[in-house]
Write a protein that binds this ligand. Structure first.
Ligand code: S3P
Length: 202
């Protein structure tokens, strides 16, 4: 990409037509940038992009806020599990998951079997800055999002750490983070001897 600063190790950049041959699952807390990075990553890898939350809303015929209000969190988690397990059985794509999805042992196990998981890590200040832009997250309908996020960090980061890869989500142009993700995927795929899938994944 011409707008990117020169990378210090250009040899690790696999170029625009490469993808790792497996679905890439983005994991991380609300505000980590999973959808924004995922969409751009999919474009760069020439793979379809799927946002699990949007798929859950389509399957339920209502918004996530409404699912939480009408049926409660447990029902949301059941739907989330069903939808994500179905998506993981489909063609290779980039999948942005909701922040709680990777906490589900069945989802984690399936991801481990069929996909590459990547934790988009962000510190609390960046998460707070990002989540303040939207008010439709049921878990953050509170006067004290910092305390909620701190609790979720304590509960979830040890589990997110089981992901295959971890990348720090940069507070800047998303392309910088996307480039880091691509290089990490390439290194991971090379180390694992995964087939170097080339060209369109559709
Ligand atoms: C949730 C995160 C949300 C959404 C739901 C629950 C969570 O997705 O799935 O509100 O438990 O962290 P994002 O992480 O995309 O905001």
């Amino acid at each position: 990409m011409s707008s990117l600063p020169p990378t210090s190790e250009p040899v690790t950049d696999p170029g625009p037509v490469w993808h790792p041959g497996k679905t890439v699952v983005l994991v991380g807390l609300m505000g980590a940038g999973k959808s924004s990075i995922g969409r751009r990553l999919a474009q760069r890898l020439d793979l379809p992009f799927i946002d699990a939350d949007k798929e859950i809303e389509a399957a339920a015929g209502c918004t996530i806020e409404e699912i939480f209000e009408r049926f409660g969190e447990a029902a949301f988690r059941d739907g989330e599990r069903r939808v994500i397990l179905r998506l993981l059985d489909g063609p290779v794509h980039v999948l942005a998951t909701g922040g709680g999805a990777f906490m589900d042992p069945l989802i984690r196990e399936r991801v481990r079997q069929v996909a590459i998981s990547l934790w988009l890590h962000a510190d609390i200040e960046l998460l707070l800055k990002r989540v303040s832009r939207r008010s439709n997250r049921p878990l953050l309908k509170t006067d004290d999002p910092r305390t909620v996020l701190e609790r979720l960090i304590a509960q979830r980061y040890p589990v997110y750490a089981e992901a295959d890869l971890r990348i720090d989500s940069a507070d800047g142009p998303p392309e910088v983070t996307v480039q880091k993700v691509i290089e990490a995927l390439h290194a991971f795929a090379s180390a694992r001897g995964l087939p170097r899938a080339m060209g369109a994944g559709r």
